[in-house]
Design a protein around this ligand. Structure first.
Ligand SMILES: C[S@@+](CC[C@H](N)C(=O)[O-])C[C@H]1O[C@@H](n2cnc3c(N)ncnc32)[C@H](O)[C@@H]1O
Length: 408
């Protein structure tokens, strides 16, 4: 069996070769960790069905700028006026959006999710089309720019945010959400849907001479959250509008595989160089995986009775100081004031709200006379009887070393 580490070492290092796509061929495997140069609708049509775990898309905004923009000091604002952002009208933009979103849905795994970023120019149209195509929206996240560009003419509010839509391929399918990793990034508080981050500037912004190399390069800090929240190490993240390759850079940093599609040669060249310059250390699962209490082995309260951690007839206390008590029954249920049920059910009745019985019920530690939550006993049980993933890995690696030394 391959160890966690080997999952990342068992394939050839990416060739970083450029695949130029001329259409009408089908690729039998996903070209992993590669940039495919071509039109994303044609390229997506050639990729294998249900082959990617996550998609991040930063499509053309369709800004429809009608005049040059100048600052009060008469310097010209570098706006998004490239041909790739120009569409004849809304109908043409909607047609294009429908095509690439449908193509993405085909290559996404059933359990996959897709993120799209946009502004008021395009995001409402994209949201409607997503829903029409049977994607199921999980969240919209507002990226609040801490250093937005002012509205120079003073005729509207400063446009200080962009919207990200996070949608799953199919309503009701399981999907990855690394709640604990997000909480850890947010100082141990549940991550909210408003993210305050600066726009891409300074040394991170790619330049050609004094000019920005790409008008809409996204900050790595924004893109970092996306694979971190909604994929696991080793998963494949696809970006159909790769631009300068920001998605590839963060995917590499987070040990995700990536596939980038981009039409313009100059952006492909920039992205290739940027990803090549991004360092990657040897994979260590403990660095990249956040342990989730939800993924831990379940321990029913009855198991603690069976193993003699608590006894039938023993008292439990509701809260650290409260006077309400319950008796433990031989089958692992508890009885409180004539009401019989599992720890969570009885606690819910008492609180009149959903709650976690492991944290609400306390037992008396006879040595110290202190009340402790029964969760404490569950932790002792787990430590004694269930090995953590890490311990199992170490044990497994130890056996491998032993086996190798016998063979050599
Ligand atoms: C908004 S930018 C993405 C910027 C990128 N997120 C970054 O951080 O650099 C959109 C990119 O999609 C590319 N593009 C536009 N239409 C395309 C198409 N049909 N197929 C492939 N690439 C396309 C453009 O050349 C542009 O680089």
């Amino acid at each position: 069996m391959a160890s966690e580490t080997n999952r990342f070492l068992d394939r050839e290092p990416p060739s970083q070769k450029l695949i130029v796509f001329y259409g009408s061929i089908k690729l039998s495997h996903l070209p992993i960790d590669e940039i495919i140069q071509g039109d994303c609708i044609e390229v997506l049509a050639a990729l294998p069905t249900e082959s990617v775990d996550l998609i991040f898309a930063d499509p053309p905004y369709n800004l429809q700028l009608h005049q040059e923009l100048y600052r009060p000091n008469y310097t010209r604002v570098e706006a998004v006026d490239d041909t790739w952002d120009k569409f004849k009208n809304f109908e043409a933009y909607d047609h294009f959006t429908k095509q690439w979103l449908s193509a993405c849905r085909r290559v996404l795994k059933r359990t996959g999710t897709l993120w799209v970023i946009g502004t008021y120019h395009n995001v409402f149209r994209i949201g409607k089309i997503l829903q029409d195509l049977q994607y199921w929206i999980l969240n919209d996240v507002i990226w609040i720019k801490t250093n937005p560009m002012p509205n120079f003419r003073g005729v509207r509010f400063t446009n200080a945010h962009e919207t990200l839509i996070w949608a799953q391929r199919e309503r009701g399918a399981s999907y990855t959400f690394n709640h604990h990793a997000m909480k850890a990034l947010n100082d141990d508080l549940q991550m909210r849907s408003d993210w305050c981050l600066p726009i891409c500037s300074g040394g991170e912004r790619l330049r050609e001479g004094k000019q920005r190399a790409h008008p809409t390069q996204k900050p790595e800090s924004l893109l970092y959250r996306i694979p971190q929240a909604s994929s696991n190490p080793g998963d494949v993240v696809l970006d159909p509008f790769f631009g300068t390759g920001t998605t590839g850079v963060v995917a590499k940093r987070l040990y995700r595989h990536w596939v980038g599609i981009e039409r313009e040669t100059r952006f492909v060249d920039l992205a290739r160089q940027r990803i090549k310059d991004t360092p990657q250390n040897v994979f260590d699962a403990t660095l990249f995986e956040t342990p989730s209490p939800r993924k831990r082995r379940r321990v029913p309260f009855g198991t603690l009775v069976e193993y003699g951690f608590v006894q039938p007839g023993q008292m439990l206390y509701f809260g650290k100081t409260g006077e309400t008590t319950a008796r433990i029954l031989a089958d692992g249920a508890i009885e409180c004031d004539g009401q019989r049920g599992l720890i969570h059910q009885v606690a819910k009745e008492l609180r009149q709200a959903p709650c976690n019985g492991w944290e609400q019920w306390y037992y008396l530690n006879e040595q110290t006379g202190e009340r402790l939550p029964i969760d404490h006993l569950r932790e002792i049980f787990r430590a004694k009887y269930y090995k953590t993933k890490e311990e199992k890995r170490e044990e497994h690696d130890g056996k491998d070393v032993h086996k190798n030394s016998l063979e050599s």
